[in-house]
Design a protein around this ligand. Structure first.
Ligand code: NCD
Length: 301
């Protein structure tokens, strides 16, 4: 039986573990930096571009005292010498690597590795699949703001169909009792609505006055061949413009996992809005990931 815990999606965490991660992250925000991963080896392998998630995992591992190896895809035998990912995983296990953090364009890639690797695997984003630590830091940011998410209305706007962030976040928010409204054009909405975890509203203007938080998403242009819609029309209907910003409730917050595109999903004025929480999300990423790493490796303290 496998005893090493992995985090492939939020469903891998029980309700108690979710609360534990949020509490632990809050303590870490207050500045305690335990060497909880002293002597533990983490390998980060990112097969897709990443700024935030990559730097955030590195910092989280560093702050817990781990030994870190960053393997760039171009330098791997996997990419050039015909080695399979399973054999790469066996090799890293034999070296005593404890923790693998993986980002890859294929859905299910981290799950495949978790079967071959004798250690912990964390999914740092697999194609259009899942991105559990981004969902955790987004939910942490919402909890930090509102305390409790029951009956809060959270609108997720944009390319939901190709968003691994949305996939993980929708399920997490639903578990915590939030009303999740998916806003976007037909062509970018998922076909199954996460088994009733969310509702759909095509008209962004119709939800502005009712939501407590708006999570904007980037169009994942790298994940489909042809743009299924007219960009000008998209911007007209879904960009968070100055006019739309003024329709939000005074205490509503706006979030984005990043990277954001000015003039597409948001206008410049959003960056000056009092409820713009992007920097907080990024800041929360490090303690949330520290809490995840600690929980997977050491279990409940
Ligand atoms: C997201 C990702 O890579 O899935 N970014 C992130 O991890 N902060 C979202 C995106 O690329 O649009």
């Amino acid at each position: 039986m496998r005893t090493r815990r992995s985090l492939l999606d939020l469903d891998d965490l029980t309700a108690d573990e979710l609360s534990y991660i949020f509490e632990r992250a809050a303590n870490l925000m207050r500045g305690r930096l335990p060497q909880a991963l002293k002597g533990v080896t983490c390998v980060n392998m990112f097969f897709e571009p990443s700024t935030r998630t990559y730097a955030s995992f590195n910092l989280a591992e560093m702050r817990l005292g781990a030994d870190i190896v960053n393997l760039a895809p171009n330098d791997l035998s996997l990419s050039h010498k015909g080695e399979s990912i399973e054999d790469t995983a066996i090799t890293l296990s034999a070296m005593g690597v404890d923790m693998l953090v993986l980002r890859h364009p294929d859905v299910g890639f981290p799950a495949r590795v978790a079967k071959a690797f004798d250690g912990h695997v964390i999914n740092a984003g697999d194609g259009c699949g899942a991105h559990p630590t981004q969902a955790l830091l987004d939910i942490y940011t919402l909890l930090d703001e509102f305390g409790d998410l029951r009956d809060r209305t959270i609108a997720i706007v944009g390319d939901i169909l190709h968003s691994r962030v949305a996939n993980s976040t929708i399920r997490g928010l639903h578990r915590l009792g939030a009303n999740v409204v998916l806003v976007g054009p037909e062509a970018l909405l998922p076909h199954n609505l996460h088994e009733g975890a969310a509702t759909v509203e095509r008209n962004f203007d119709a939800v502005l006055a009712t939501c407590d938080a708006v999570i904007l998403l980037r169009i994942q242009r790298e994940r489909f061949a042809e743009m299924p819609l007219d960009m000008k029309e998209y911007v007209e209907r879904y960009c968070l413009s100055e006019r739309r910003l003024r329709c939000l409730r005074g205490e509503a917050i706006v979030m984005h996992p990043g990277p954001y595109n000015r003039g597409i999903e948001l206008d410049e004025c959003v960056l000056e809005y009092a409820g713009w929480r992007y920097a907080k999300q990024v800041m929360h990423g490090v303690p949330v990931r520290m809490a995840v790493l600690d929980l997977l490796f050491n279990g409940f303290a």
